[in-house]
Write a protein that binds this ligand. Structure first.
Ligand code: PLP
Length: 407
């Protein structure tokens, strides 16, 4: 039996989700833009999914925009907002704040905007991967229009202080508006622009509160395949009133924000997967997964010398255990485990498969050679104690053998 410990990369589609999607490939195949009954049947499926996701995020159904995945959602949130603001005044010099440990969909989008004249501040993180709230406050400028901070990190699992960030932004926005209102209408000029808050919640949504109102979130990215739903489907939550320009044009779908015929089976699947997240019972589910993760951590630390746990469990999702096994290449461990039927991910190579150490680990102050010896274990709702015990048994001789072969 194979053991899958790479739930952060992707999750298996839940059986009930497959069942919900199936009719939309065959009987209910209509195009939701069509006015006839076939089209309207597809619209019903899409509307239901919109409601299911809106329930999860505590927002209105018309604030949900379907995309091809979180990469697109991140691009649309950041570029779409700046494009909309520049449409109003193309000479304004805007400023974005993000963190050094974001997904490349955020970092590369920000880098592109930087080349186009937008100023970007990349907040550093501490050893545990968390940004410093005071540092964030200090970096806010008069021309800051967007703060994009991920909810939970995909590599080490640290959960950023999203609620605190949301509160700070909301307070500043309220203060600016109040000060503006106190100036006489004749001399006060244009209303001050808001600072908008985007979060990539892809790795968080299974485990933490993603209520957009409670967290003062304006834009939120989600992906179907990380929540036991299908691949190639995602969501961008766009709070009503947030300016956003489309990046791809043509079909006027999704309120003119995202053109393209809707992926109806994918959308139905994403809605169904969202409805499986028990947002009122996160604590219990988290306890079960964290219990298994902690068993793995204790087992590894007890049985393998010279190992560093890079995940700070006190501030991370219950799914993650990221280790550096000193003196061994992460890739060699991954291949050896794969030969035993155990799937994990290297903690060092980035998504492109390049041999450069991960920007997340480097930002956390981990040395290059230590980053190269990393392995990320991510557990999910199907992970069993038996599987964990098997890993604890199989891993120590692998590390011992690889260390004996190391130069
Ligand atoms: N953001 C985060 C934090 C992720 O972990 C991922 C996927 O690994 C993405 C964005 C990209 O999601 P998608 O595969 O849906 O494009």
């Amino acid at each position: 039996m194979k053991i899958y410990l790479d739930y952060s990369a992707t999750t298996p589609v839940d059986k009930s989700v497959v069942k919900a999607m199936f009719p939309y490939y065959s009987n209910k195949f209509g195009n939701p833009s069509s006015l006839h009954s076939f089209g309207q049947e597809a619209v019903k499926g899409v509307d239901r999914a919109r409601e299911q996701i809106a329930w999860l995020l505590n927002c209105q159904a018309n604030e949900i925009v379907f995309t091809s995945g979180a990469t697109e959602s991140d691009n649309l949130a950041i570029k779409g907002l700046i494009k909309a603001l520049l449409k109003k005044d193309k000479n304004k010099k805007y400023h974005i704040i993000t963190s050094a440990i974001e997904h490349s969909a955020v970092l590369e989008t920000c880098a592109e905007l930087e080349r186009e004249g937008i100023e970007v501040t990349y907040l550093p993180v501490g050893k545990n991967g968390l940004i410093d709230i005071n540092g964030l406050k200090k970096s806010i400028k008069n021309n800051t229009v967007l703060i994009s901070i991920m909810y939970a990190n995909s590599e080490v699992g640290c959960i950023e202080p999203i609620n605190d960030i949301g509160k700070i932004i909301n307070k500043i926005n309220e203060k600016r508006l109040k000060e503006w209102k106190n100036i006489s209408p004749k001399s006060r000029g244009d209303k001050p622009h808001e600072i908008y808050f985007h979060t990539d919640a892809v790795q968080a949504i299974n485990y933490v509160n993603c209520d957009v109102k409670y967290n003062f979130i304006d834009l939120l990215s989600l992906s179907g395949h990380k929540i036991y739903g299908p691949k190639g489907i995602g969501v961008l939550y766009v709070r009503s009133g947030v300016p956003l320009s489309a990046l791809q044009l043509g079909g006027h779908h999704e309120n003119n924000i995202r053109s393209g015929t809707l992926n109806v089976p994918g959308i139905v699947g994403l809605g169904s997967a969202a409805s499986l997240i028990n947002k009122s019972n996160h604590v219990n589910i988290n306890k079960i997964i964290a219990g298994r993760r902690d068993r793995l951590v204790v087992g590894i630390i007890k049985n393998i010398p010279e190992v560093i746990l890079n995940t700070d469990r006190s501030i991370s999702t219950p799914s993650h255990a990221h280790f550096s096994f000193l003196g061994v290449e992460g890739e060699s461990i991954l291949i050896s485990l794969d030969l035993e039927g155990i799937a994990v991910s290297t903690g060092s190579a980035c998504a492109s498969g390049s041999l450069k150490p991960s920007h997340v680990l480097l930002a956390m102050g981990i040395k290059e050679e230590v980053a190269h010896s990393s392995i990320r274990f991510t557990l999910g709702k199907n992970t069993t104690i038996g599987e964990i015990d098997k890993v604890i048994k199989i891993l120590p001789p692998i590390i011992k053998r690889l260390r004996s072969m190391a130069p």
